[in-house]
Design a protein around this ligand. Structure first.
Ligand SMILES: NC(=O)c1ccc[n+]([C@@H]2O[C@H](COP(=O)([O-])OP(=O)(O)OC[C@H]3O[C@@H](n4cnc5c(N)ncnc54)[C@H](O)[C@@H]3O)[C@@H](O)[C@H]2O)c1
Length: 303
Protein backbone atom coordinates (compact mmCIF):
# COMPACT_ATOMS: atom_id res chain seq x y z
CA UNK A 1 0.00 0.00 0.00
CA UNK A 2 1.34 3.42 -0.84
CA UNK A 3 2.13 5.90 1.91
CA UNK A 4 -0.53 8.58 2.41
CA UNK A 5 0.42 12.24 2.09
CA UNK A 6 -1.26 14.14 4.90
CA UNK A 7 -1.00 17.82 5.73
CA UNK A 8 -3.32 18.12 8.74
CA UNK A 9 -2.37 21.06 10.97
CA UNK A 10 -0.01 22.38 8.30
CA UNK A 11 -0.50 25.94 7.08
CA UNK A 12 0.20 26.54 3.41
CA UNK A 13 0.52 29.84 1.56
CA UNK A 14 -0.07 29.61 -2.18
CA UNK A 15 0.60 32.88 -4.00
CA UNK A 16 -1.32 33.67 -7.18
CA UNK A 17 -3.87 31.02 -6.21
CA UNK A 18 -6.93 32.82 -7.60
CA UNK A 19 -6.74 30.90 -10.88
CA UNK A 20 -4.67 28.61 -13.07
CA UNK A 21 -2.03 26.41 -11.44
CA UNK A 22 -2.16 28.15 -8.04
CA UNK A 23 -5.88 27.49 -7.68
CA UNK A 24 -5.33 23.79 -8.43
CA UNK A 25 -2.49 23.62 -5.86
CA UNK A 26 -4.62 25.34 -3.19
CA UNK A 27 -7.57 22.97 -3.75
CA UNK A 28 -5.38 19.87 -3.54
CA UNK A 29 -3.53 21.09 -0.42
CA UNK A 30 -6.91 21.72 1.24
CA UNK A 31 -8.15 18.27 0.21
CA UNK A 32 -5.11 16.81 1.98
CA UNK A 33 -6.03 18.55 5.22
CA UNK A 34 -3.94 21.73 5.05
CA UNK A 35 -5.17 25.17 6.05
CA UNK A 36 -4.57 27.34 3.02
CA UNK A 37 -3.96 31.05 2.62
CA UNK A 38 -5.15 31.76 -0.91
CA UNK A 39 -3.25 34.81 -2.09
CA UNK A 40 -4.08 36.62 -5.31
CA UNK A 41 -3.90 40.22 -6.38
CA UNK A 42 -6.39 39.46 -9.14
CA UNK A 43 -4.85 41.52 -11.93
CA UNK A 44 -4.53 40.72 -15.63
CA UNK A 45 -2.04 38.21 -17.04
CA UNK A 46 0.12 41.24 -17.93
CA UNK A 47 0.09 42.47 -14.34
CA UNK A 48 -2.46 45.28 -14.67
CA UNK A 49 -5.23 46.03 -12.17
CA UNK A 50 -6.41 44.16 -9.09
CA UNK A 51 -9.57 42.28 -8.11
CA UNK A 52 -10.38 40.55 -4.83
CA UNK A 53 -12.87 38.14 -6.38
CA UNK A 54 -10.24 35.71 -7.76
CA UNK A 55 -8.92 34.67 -4.33
CA UNK A 56 -12.40 34.87 -2.75
CA UNK A 57 -13.85 32.43 -5.30
CA UNK A 58 -11.16 29.83 -4.59
CA UNK A 59 -11.66 30.18 -0.84
CA UNK A 60 -15.39 29.61 -1.36
CA UNK A 61 -14.62 26.48 -3.42
CA UNK A 62 -12.34 25.10 -0.71
CA UNK A 63 -14.87 25.79 2.04
CA UNK A 64 -17.71 24.28 -0.01
CA UNK A 65 -15.65 21.08 -0.21
CA UNK A 66 -15.22 21.08 3.60
CA UNK A 67 -11.70 22.54 3.64
CA UNK A 68 -10.16 25.46 5.53
CA UNK A 69 -8.97 28.58 3.72
CA UNK A 70 -8.62 32.34 4.01
CA UNK A 71 -8.20 34.86 1.22
CA UNK A 72 -5.42 37.40 0.90
CA UNK A 73 -5.39 40.11 -1.78
CA UNK A 74 -1.93 41.66 -1.37
CA UNK A 75 0.69 41.75 -4.07
CA UNK A 76 3.57 39.32 -3.52
CA UNK A 77 5.81 42.40 -3.50
CA UNK A 78 4.24 43.03 -0.06
CA UNK A 79 5.34 39.59 1.13
CA UNK A 80 5.42 40.46 4.82
CA UNK A 81 1.68 41.32 4.75
CA UNK A 82 0.88 37.92 3.21
CA UNK A 83 2.89 36.01 5.82
CA UNK A 84 1.38 38.13 8.61
CA UNK A 85 -2.08 37.32 7.27
CA UNK A 86 -1.30 33.57 7.49
CA UNK A 87 -0.02 34.00 11.06
CA UNK A 88 -3.10 36.04 12.07
CA UNK A 89 -5.51 33.55 10.48
CA UNK A 90 -3.85 30.24 11.38
CA UNK A 91 -1.05 30.98 13.88
CA UNK A 92 1.81 29.57 11.82
CA UNK A 93 3.19 28.91 8.36
CA UNK A 94 4.72 25.61 7.24
CA UNK A 95 4.65 25.55 3.46
CA UNK A 96 5.10 28.30 0.91
CA UNK A 97 4.32 27.87 -2.77
CA UNK A 98 5.67 30.82 -4.76
CA UNK A 99 3.43 30.65 -7.80
CA UNK A 100 2.20 34.17 -8.65
CA UNK A 101 3.32 35.36 -12.03
CA UNK A 102 2.71 37.55 -15.05
CA UNK A 103 3.97 37.80 -18.62
CA UNK A 104 5.28 40.76 -20.62
CA UNK A 105 6.40 38.94 -23.75
CA UNK A 106 8.32 40.97 -26.35
CA UNK A 107 11.35 40.29 -28.48
CA UNK A 108 14.40 41.76 -26.79
CA UNK A 109 14.89 44.61 -29.24
CA UNK A 110 11.34 45.83 -28.48
CA UNK A 111 11.51 45.31 -24.73
CA UNK A 112 11.50 48.41 -22.56
CA UNK A 113 12.49 48.92 -18.95
CA UNK A 114 8.92 48.63 -17.67
CA UNK A 115 8.50 45.12 -19.21
CA UNK A 116 11.79 44.03 -17.70
CA UNK A 117 11.15 45.61 -14.28
CA UNK A 118 7.58 44.42 -13.79
CA UNK A 119 8.42 40.80 -14.61
CA UNK A 120 11.41 40.97 -12.27
CA UNK A 121 9.32 42.58 -9.53
CA UNK A 122 6.48 40.04 -9.54
CA UNK A 123 8.48 36.83 -10.05
CA UNK A 124 11.82 37.48 -8.36
CA UNK A 125 11.26 40.28 -5.86
CA UNK A 126 7.78 38.94 -5.06
CA UNK A 127 9.03 35.41 -4.35
CA UNK A 128 11.94 36.89 -2.38
CA UNK A 129 9.68 39.08 -0.24
CA UNK A 130 7.22 36.33 0.71
CA UNK A 131 9.99 33.80 1.34
CA UNK A 132 12.09 36.28 3.31
CA UNK A 133 9.11 37.06 5.56
CA UNK A 134 8.32 33.36 6.12
CA UNK A 135 11.95 32.25 6.61
CA UNK A 136 12.44 33.22 10.33
CA UNK A 137 9.24 31.33 11.23
CA UNK A 138 10.34 28.23 9.32
CA UNK A 139 13.77 28.34 10.98
CA UNK A 140 12.36 28.84 14.44
CA UNK A 141 10.00 25.86 14.20
CA UNK A 142 12.66 23.71 12.49
CA UNK A 143 10.30 22.84 9.70
CA UNK A 144 9.46 24.20 6.31
CA UNK A 145 8.80 23.38 2.69
CA UNK A 146 9.27 26.02 0.00
CA UNK A 147 8.43 25.57 -3.66
CA UNK A 148 9.44 28.04 -6.36
CA UNK A 149 7.86 28.13 -9.80
CA UNK A 150 10.48 28.26 -12.53
CA UNK A 151 9.87 27.60 -16.22
CA UNK A 152 11.27 25.75 -19.20
CA UNK A 153 11.54 29.25 -20.75
CA UNK A 154 14.24 29.92 -18.17
CA UNK A 155 15.92 26.54 -18.47
CA UNK A 156 15.99 26.39 -22.26
CA UNK A 157 15.16 29.95 -23.38
CA UNK A 158 12.15 31.03 -25.41
CA UNK A 159 11.72 33.67 -28.10
CA UNK A 160 10.14 36.84 -26.69
CA UNK A 161 10.75 35.90 -23.05
CA UNK A 162 14.11 37.42 -22.14
CA UNK A 163 12.60 39.08 -19.04
CA UNK A 164 10.57 36.04 -18.02
CA UNK A 165 13.40 33.54 -18.67
CA UNK A 166 15.78 35.66 -16.57
CA UNK A 167 13.30 35.76 -13.70
CA UNK A 168 12.42 32.07 -13.83
CA UNK A 169 15.96 30.76 -13.88
CA UNK A 170 16.84 33.29 -11.18
CA UNK A 171 14.32 31.52 -8.96
CA UNK A 172 16.18 28.26 -9.48
CA UNK A 173 19.39 29.97 -8.36
CA UNK A 174 17.53 31.12 -5.26
CA UNK A 175 16.23 27.57 -4.73
CA UNK A 176 19.73 26.09 -4.72
CA UNK A 177 21.16 28.44 -2.12
CA UNK A 178 18.10 28.38 0.13
CA UNK A 179 18.23 24.57 0.02
CA UNK A 180 21.79 24.73 1.38
CA UNK A 181 20.97 27.34 4.03
CA UNK A 182 17.68 25.71 5.04
CA UNK A 183 18.88 22.13 5.39
CA UNK A 184 20.02 22.32 9.02
CA UNK A 185 16.58 23.66 10.01
CA UNK A 186 14.69 21.01 8.06
CA UNK A 187 13.57 23.56 5.48
CA UNK A 188 13.47 21.81 2.12
CA UNK A 189 13.39 23.93 -1.02
CA UNK A 190 12.57 22.81 -4.55
CA UNK A 191 11.58 24.32 -7.89
CA UNK A 192 9.14 23.21 -10.55
CA UNK A 193 8.97 24.09 -14.23
CA UNK A 194 5.30 23.43 -14.98
CA UNK A 195 3.28 23.31 -18.17
CA UNK A 196 -0.47 23.80 -17.88
CA UNK A 197 -3.42 25.11 -19.82
CA UNK A 198 -4.15 28.44 -18.08
CA UNK A 199 -4.91 31.99 -19.19
CA UNK A 200 -1.14 32.47 -19.37
CA UNK A 201 -0.72 29.81 -22.06
CA UNK A 202 -4.10 30.19 -23.82
CA UNK A 203 -3.50 30.91 -27.50
CA UNK A 204 0.13 29.78 -27.25
CA UNK A 205 -0.63 26.06 -27.02
CA UNK A 206 -2.79 24.34 -29.71
CA UNK A 207 -6.40 24.11 -28.30
CA UNK A 208 -6.51 20.29 -28.27
CA UNK A 209 -3.30 20.02 -26.27
CA UNK A 210 -4.30 23.00 -24.08
CA UNK A 211 -7.45 21.10 -23.02
CA UNK A 212 -5.39 18.10 -21.95
CA UNK A 213 -2.77 20.05 -20.01
CA UNK A 214 -5.04 20.46 -17.02
CA UNK A 215 -3.57 22.58 -14.18
CA UNK A 216 -4.60 19.82 -11.72
CA UNK A 217 -1.98 17.58 -13.32
CA UNK A 218 0.79 19.77 -11.89
CA UNK A 219 -0.50 19.92 -8.31
CA UNK A 220 0.21 16.35 -7.05
CA UNK A 221 3.95 17.05 -7.36
CA UNK A 222 3.58 20.39 -5.56
CA UNK A 223 1.59 18.86 -2.69
CA UNK A 224 4.13 16.03 -2.38
CA UNK A 225 7.05 18.51 -2.31
CA UNK A 226 5.11 20.47 0.30
CA UNK A 227 4.56 17.48 2.57
CA UNK A 228 6.48 15.94 5.42
CA UNK A 229 6.73 12.74 3.34
CA UNK A 230 9.13 14.47 0.96
CA UNK A 231 12.84 14.58 1.81
CA UNK A 232 13.94 16.02 -1.53
CA UNK A 233 15.70 19.38 -1.55
CA UNK A 234 17.41 21.55 -4.19
CA UNK A 235 15.54 19.75 -6.97
CA UNK A 236 14.15 21.07 -10.24
CA UNK A 237 11.26 19.19 -11.83
CA UNK A 238 9.54 19.56 -15.19
CA UNK A 239 5.89 18.68 -14.76
CA UNK A 240 2.69 18.69 -16.80
CA UNK A 241 0.17 16.57 -18.68
CA UNK A 242 0.52 13.75 -16.14
CA UNK A 243 4.32 13.51 -16.47
CA UNK A 244 7.11 14.48 -14.04
CA UNK A 245 10.87 14.45 -14.64
CA UNK A 246 13.89 15.75 -12.74
CA UNK A 247 16.39 18.16 -14.30
CA UNK A 248 20.07 18.48 -13.33
CA UNK A 249 23.18 20.28 -14.53
CA UNK A 250 25.56 18.33 -16.70
CA UNK A 251 29.13 19.44 -17.39
CA UNK A 252 31.68 18.00 -19.79
CA UNK A 253 34.96 16.73 -18.37
CA UNK A 254 36.52 19.62 -20.26
CA UNK A 255 40.05 20.26 -21.50
CA UNK A 256 43.02 21.22 -19.34
CA UNK A 257 45.84 23.57 -20.33
CA UNK A 258 49.12 24.38 -18.58
CA UNK A 259 48.21 27.37 -16.35
CA UNK A 260 51.87 28.40 -15.94
CA UNK A 261 52.81 28.32 -19.61
CA UNK A 262 49.54 30.01 -20.56
CA UNK A 263 47.48 29.16 -23.60
CA UNK A 264 46.02 30.95 -26.58
CA UNK A 265 42.61 31.38 -28.22
CA UNK A 266 44.02 29.05 -30.93
CA UNK A 267 44.56 26.36 -28.26
CA UNK A 268 40.93 26.83 -27.19
CA UNK A 269 39.80 26.46 -30.81
CA UNK A 270 41.93 23.34 -31.27
CA UNK A 271 40.32 21.71 -28.18
CA UNK A 272 36.76 22.90 -28.84
CA UNK A 273 35.42 19.41 -29.49
CA UNK A 274 36.90 18.11 -26.23
CA UNK A 275 35.58 21.11 -24.26
CA UNK A 276 32.06 20.38 -25.55
CA UNK A 277 32.22 16.57 -25.40
CA UNK A 278 29.63 15.20 -22.98
CA UNK A 279 30.94 11.63 -23.04
CA UNK A 280 31.34 10.56 -19.40
CA UNK A 281 30.06 13.99 -18.30
CA UNK A 282 30.00 15.07 -14.64
CA UNK A 283 26.90 16.06 -12.66
CA UNK A 284 28.33 18.21 -9.86
CA UNK A 285 26.06 18.37 -6.82
CA UNK A 286 27.70 21.42 -5.27
CA UNK A 287 30.41 24.06 -5.72
CA UNK A 288 33.14 21.81 -4.28
CA UNK A 289 32.32 18.99 -6.67
CA UNK A 290 32.08 21.48 -9.53
CA UNK A 291 35.62 22.75 -8.88
CA UNK A 292 37.21 19.28 -8.79
CA UNK A 293 38.37 19.17 -12.44
CA UNK A 294 39.78 22.71 -12.20
CA UNK A 295 41.73 21.86 -9.04
CA UNK A 296 42.97 18.62 -10.64
CA UNK A 297 44.27 20.67 -13.56
CA UNK A 298 46.20 22.99 -11.23
CA UNK A 299 47.70 19.96 -9.49
CA UNK A 300 48.62 18.28 -12.73
CA UNK A 301 50.85 21.23 -13.68
CA UNK A 302 52.03 22.14 -10.16
CA UNK A 303 55.79 22.28 -9.61
N1 LIG B 1 0.96 27.69 -17.38
C1 LIG B 1 2.16 27.29 -17.76
O1 LIG B 1 2.34 26.49 -18.71
C2 LIG B 1 3.37 27.79 -17.04
C3 LIG B 1 4.64 27.45 -17.54
C4 LIG B 1 5.77 27.83 -16.85
C5 LIG B 1 5.63 28.56 -15.67
N2 LIG B 1 4.38 28.92 -15.24
C6 LIG B 1 4.31 29.69 -14.01
O2 LIG B 1 3.32 29.15 -13.18
C7 LIG B 1 2.78 30.18 -12.34
C8 LIG B 1 1.26 30.17 -12.45
O3 LIG B 1 0.89 30.58 -13.76
P1 LIG B 1 -0.50 30.21 -14.45
O4 LIG B 1 -0.16 29.57 -15.73
O5 LIG B 1 -1.37 29.52 -13.49
O6 LIG B 1 -1.04 31.68 -14.82
P2 LIG B 1 -2.28 32.52 -14.22
O7 LIG B 1 -2.21 33.85 -14.86
O8 LIG B 1 -3.53 31.73 -14.38
O9 LIG B 1 -1.96 32.58 -12.67
C9 LIG B 1 -1.07 33.50 -12.10
C10 LIG B 1 -1.77 34.14 -10.91
O10 LIG B 1 -0.86 35.01 -10.25
C11 LIG B 1 -1.58 36.14 -9.83
N3 LIG B 1 -0.68 37.27 -9.65
C12 LIG B 1 -0.02 37.97 -10.60
N4 LIG B 1 0.70 38.95 -10.07
C13 LIG B 1 0.52 38.88 -8.72
C14 LIG B 1 1.02 39.62 -7.62
N5 LIG B 1 1.86 40.67 -7.79
N6 LIG B 1 0.66 39.26 -6.37
C15 LIG B 1 -0.20 38.21 -6.18
N7 LIG B 1 -0.73 37.50 -7.19
C16 LIG B 1 -0.37 37.81 -8.45
C17 LIG B 1 -2.58 36.38 -10.95
O11 LIG B 1 -3.66 37.19 -10.54
C18 LIG B 1 -2.97 34.97 -11.33
O12 LIG B 1 -4.13 34.52 -10.66
C19 LIG B 1 3.44 31.47 -12.80
O13 LIG B 1 4.54 31.76 -11.98
C20 LIG B 1 3.91 31.14 -14.20
O14 LIG B 1 4.97 31.96 -14.60
C21 LIG B 1 3.25 28.55 -15.89
Amino acid sequence: MSESVRLEDKVVIVTGAGGGLGRAHALLFARHGAKVLVNDLGGSAQGEGANASAADRVVAEIRAAGGTAEANHDSVTDGEKIVQNALDAFGRVDVLVNNAGILRDKSFHKMDDSDWDLVYRVHVEGAYKVTRAAWPHLREQNYGRVIFTASTSGIYGNFGQANYGMAKLGLYGLTRTLAIEGRKNNILVNAIAPTGGTRMTEGLIPPQVFEQLKPELVSPLVVYLGSENCQETSGLFEVGGGWIGKVRWERSLGAGFDPRAGFSPEDVAAHWQQICDFDGAAHPKDNIEALKEMMANLQKYAL
